[in-house]
Design a protein around this ligand. Structure first.
Ligand SMILES: [Zn+2]
Length: 452
């Protein structure tokens, strides 16, 4: 009925798009039917395949038909449902709203499947990943001109619904959301009841959860091995130690987050196994790790902070799951050549400048940096202070080797300078005392004597 009253040009172009989609869909359903024996496609058992098939035809129709008017939208539903019906007739159950079957009363029907939308709403990470993949596929089809070879489109739906990447994304998300709900159940239980040691707890579901979480962790590591080992081949011996330190941090944070353990020793033991799996190398000892981070405090601080943020990001809403195969290598790229060892710090009043790494410990330096000066309560930024023995002024700064602030100069962001007060001198002295830094204490004592 809606075909008749609209302008014919519009209908002509919609019809052409629909015909083209039917052509593709029919080839695709033949391809899938041929694969019947291999059992690769079974949307009745596999909700993921059902969702992706619906999404694919819906977006394909949307992109080729257009969405300008209600006529377009009805045409999308009709076209999508016809494609889905074709598959249903071959025995592959689908979501649809039966526009195609009941043209007469289509106005009373929903434009799209409720189950489909509910599923996507419940799995936002998967939804974003799937939308992205399908959008790219249909954009390619949109770019095809008449006369182009479309043979490659025949396998497109099958390749999409059997994509390992989307399957993994969904599994990881389902795992994360069960962790989230488990955590909130625990919180509620804690608040509402007092559980005594005499309460017997059936922990079979707890052990199921644990198994699931370590499975997800394995998946997260497993999906990266190929890229990580390819990357590891390119780095030289000197960089290798830092690479291992980064891997150590990374696997520790992953282990803690996925397995929800806080015991540092347990994390260490478990994460070593993941390091060797991820990198394909035997992991460095904990002693080597500690020696390295002690010798490179700025790097250690930056790397730890940065990696913790990236790992937490896995559990955030904006994470799509597509990032996983390159998750660790992206971190390595940021941190491996981090220029933290050659940073220099300068007094912003008189320009007195020293290498940051050894500024506090060498006897000839005329600056001292305090690492517990203050934390900005609004931003959580740790602000340090640098005392200049030459001009007796104090400069506030923060180490920012990645220039995350966009304001850093040679890895340091400076705030302001102010004259040295007795209170400040006392604070610097306390800090040197805390670190057992006799060299610095002597310099500060001298400053007091000179002032007297
Ligand atoms: Zn100065």
């Amino acid at each position: 009925m809606f075909w008749k009253k609209k302008n014919s040009e519009q209908i002509k172009s919609i019809n052409a798009a629909i015909e083209f989609i039917y052509l593709i869909a029919s080839a695709q359903s033949v391809f899938i039917a041929l694969l019947k024996i291999t059992n690769g496609y079974d949307p009745k058992k596999n909700i993921l395949q059902k969702i992706l098939t619906y999404l694919y035809y819906d977006m394909l129709a949307g992109s080729l038909i257009g969405v300008e008017t209600q006529l377009h939208i009805d045409a999308i539903s009709l076209c999508r449902d016809t494609c889905l019906r074709r598959l249903e007739q071959s025995g592959y159950e689908q979501f649809r709203t039966y526009h195609a079957d009941r043209k007469g009363d289509f106005a009373q029907l929903e434009e799209s499947s409720k189950e489909f939308h509910v599923f996507l709403e419940q799995h936002p990470i998967f939804a974003r990943a799937a939308l992205k993949v399908v959008r790219e596929l249909v954009a390619d089809i949109g770019a095809i001109s008449p006369g182009d070879d479309i043979g490659h489109l025949h396998t497109q739906l099958y390749d999409l619904v059997t994509s390992e990447e989307l399957k993994n994304t969904l599994e990881i998300e389902q795992g994360i959301s069960s962790q989230k709900s488990e955590a909130s159940i625990k919180r509620e239980a804690k608040q509402s009841t007092v559980v005594g040691p005499w309460d017997k707890v059936d922990d079979s579901s707890v052990s199921d959860q644990k198994e699931k979480r370590s499975f997800l962790l394995e998946q997260t590591i497993g999906q990266q091995i190929k890229n990580v080992s390819a990357y590891a081949k390119k780095i030289n011996q000197t960089e290798n130690l830092r690479f291992q330190v980064i891997a150590h941090y990374y696997c520790s944070y992953l282990t803690a987050a996925f397995l929800q353990i806080n015991d540092p020793e347990l994390i260490q033991v478990k994460s070593r196994a993941y390091v060797s799996k991820l990198t394909g190398m035997s992991p460095i000892t904990f002693e080597t790790f500690e020696t390295y981070i002690n010798a490179n405090p700025v790097f250690a601080h930056t790397a730890s902070d940065f990696i913790a943020k990236r790992v937490n990001h896995i559990f955030a809403d904006s994470f799509t799951g597509n990032e996983i195969p390159n998750h660790f290598t992206e971190i390595v790229k940021e941190l491996l050549y981090l220029n933290s060892d050659n940073l220099s710090i300068s007094c912003q009043y008189c320009g007195n400048e020293w290498k940051f790494e050894d500024v506090n410990v060498r006897s000839e330096t005329t600056l001292y940096c305090m690492d517990d000066y203050l934390t900005n309560e609004e931003t959580g930024l740790q602000v340090n202070a640098c005392l200049c023995f030459r001009c007796r002024r104090v400069t506030e700064f923060a180490a920012d080797p990645l220039n995350e602030s966009g304001l850093a100069e040679n890895g340091i962001e400076y705030f302001r300078t102010k004259p040295l007060t007795l209170q400040l001198l006392f604070d610097f002295h306390q800090n040197a005392q805390k670190h057992g830094n006799e060299v610095a204490k002597a310099k500060m004592d001298k400053l007091v004597q000179n002032q007297a």
